[in-house]
Design a protein around this ligand. Structure first.
Ligand code: CAA
Length: 386
């Protein structure tokens, strides 16, 4: 067993760190305040290979693997959690094409996404289908040489800026998770438009919109994978997505810890720096211990993905633990900052708002527990720790 990163993984982490501290950190507060989606920065990330990290080189990706992806995403999130969710969803959007696309689809869409020339988004959630995507109602009717799509998707990360949409829609009369299929929809397709933009509590420099499909004609060749395989395609993409969100949460937590240490060493009360009080030290120790544990969970889930092993349960464990930790750590960091932490002048105020989404999107903490428990309960052979 080795806890040592490879030279390449260390290099990727350093590259992402350098990029994040120079290109993202300085204007992160301004972008958050003014809700600016940084398309120019996203383009640069594409050029660096950060939007197609798990896609093999032959399809235009960085071929860096999931462990490197998690390390890079942490660094981006440390400086700007909004840009981290953009990066996470862009990478997630390559997964359905990579795993289920045919060669023609890969040539037409995957290469552009992986090289960062195009931006992809993932459209699953609907007004009536969040934790239960099996109940989604957007319809795709077979009309011969095209599918006619009608319905609405909500909460779509950077939907307004995406060139390619991974859309999950209902194609069959079956109930629940059956009868769903996946489609690739290009920006500019007739009948596809952007609805309202959400005014969010945090992650305000990421873009979240409704997607509207009104008699939208999608060519037959844009069906992704087999007819009826949409639910499994979505779940497979979310497995990868969840290690991304765990990494985003880790980046937020590391920022909480660093801001707390810096402030605690500067702030004086009762004639001493507050870092000399045990109450503060314990909060710092708890955050740091959590970071080590969340890192191990996240990197081991990513490592399993890189080895081609099942990692659904592990991805849920990582996402559950890291996102809950980010919320607790943001609370503690703000507590250490006292009244100042409640002001927008301090980074912890943004971290506190940004952390909140991590335990909600890509499956709430309750959904992660359900995924973990279902996996454990179906295990009959007691070989969990082999
Ligand atoms: N990989 C492959 N297949 C999977 C799978 C996975 N991870 N999980 C389930 N499946 C398969 C099952 O094996 C089953 O197959 P069969 O029909 O052949 O037996 C089928 O899918 C149905 O599975 P379930 O019966 O378990 O389905 P369910 O309806 O009970 O739902 C769930 C399971 C885990 C609760 C799932 O609905 C879920 O993950 N919900 C949360 C949804 C979510 O995360 N939404 C996030 C929106 S996207 C987002 O937030 C992105 C963003 O912009 C930031």
């Amino acid at each position: 067993m080795s806890f040592q990163l490879t030279a390449e993984q260390k290099m990727v982490r350093l590259m992402a760190r350098d990029f994040a501290r120079k290109e993202l950190e300085p204007a992160a507060a301004k972008r958050d305040k003014e809700e600016i989606f940084p398309m120019d920065v996203v383009k640069k990330m594409g050029e660096l290979g950060l939007l197609g990290m798990m896609v093999p080189i032959e399809y235009g990706g960085a071929g860096a693997g999931a462990v490197s992806y998690c390390l890079a995403l942490q660094e981006i999130a440390y400086s700007c959690a909004s840009t981290a969710v953009t990066m996470s969803v862009a990478n997630l959007s390559t997964e359905p094409l990579l795993k289920f696309g045919d060669e023609k689809q890969k040539a037409k869409y995957l290469i552009g996404l992986a090289q960062g020339e195009k931006l992809g988004c993932f459209a699953l959630t609907e007004p009536g289908a969040g934790s239960d995507p099996g109940s989604l109602s957007i319809k795709a009717e077979d009309k011969g040489d095209y599918y006619l799509i009608n319905g609405t998707k909500i909460f779509i990360t950077h939907g307004q800026y995406a060139d390619v949409v991974n859309l999950i829609a209902r194609t069959g009369p079956e109930k629940g998770s059956k009868g769903l299929s996946a489609f690739i929809v290009e920006k500019g397709t007739k009948g596809f438009s952007i609805g309202s933009r959400e005014d969010k509590m945090g992650l305000r420099a990421s873009n979240t919109v409704e997607l509207l499909f009104n008699d939208c004609m999608v060519p037959k060749e844009n069906l992704l994978g087999k007819l009826g395989a949409g639910f499994k395609i979505a779940m497979t993409a979310l497995d990868s997505g969840r290690i991304g969100i765990a990494s985003q949460a880790l980046g937020i937590t590391r920022a909480c810890l660093d801001e707390s240490i810096k402030y605690a060493k500067e702030r004086k009360q009762f004639g001493k720096t507050i870092s000399s009080f045990e109450a503060i030290q314990w909060m710092i120790a708890d955050m740091a211990t959590g970071i080590e544990a969340a890192n191990l969970l996240t990197l081991s889930a990513a490592w399993r993905k890189d080895q081609g092993m099942p990692f659904t349960k592990e991805a849920s464990m990582a996402k559950l633990f890291a996102s809950e930790l980010a919320n607790k750590s943001a609370y503690l960091a703000l507590q250490i900052h006292g009244g100042y932490g409640y002001l927008k002048d301090f980074k912890v105020e943004r971290l506190y708002r940004d952390a909140r989404a991590t335990s909600i999107y890509e499956g709430t903490s309750e959904i992660q527990r359900l995924v973990i428990a279902r996996d454990l309960l179906k295990d009959q052979n007691n070989e969990r720790y082999d």
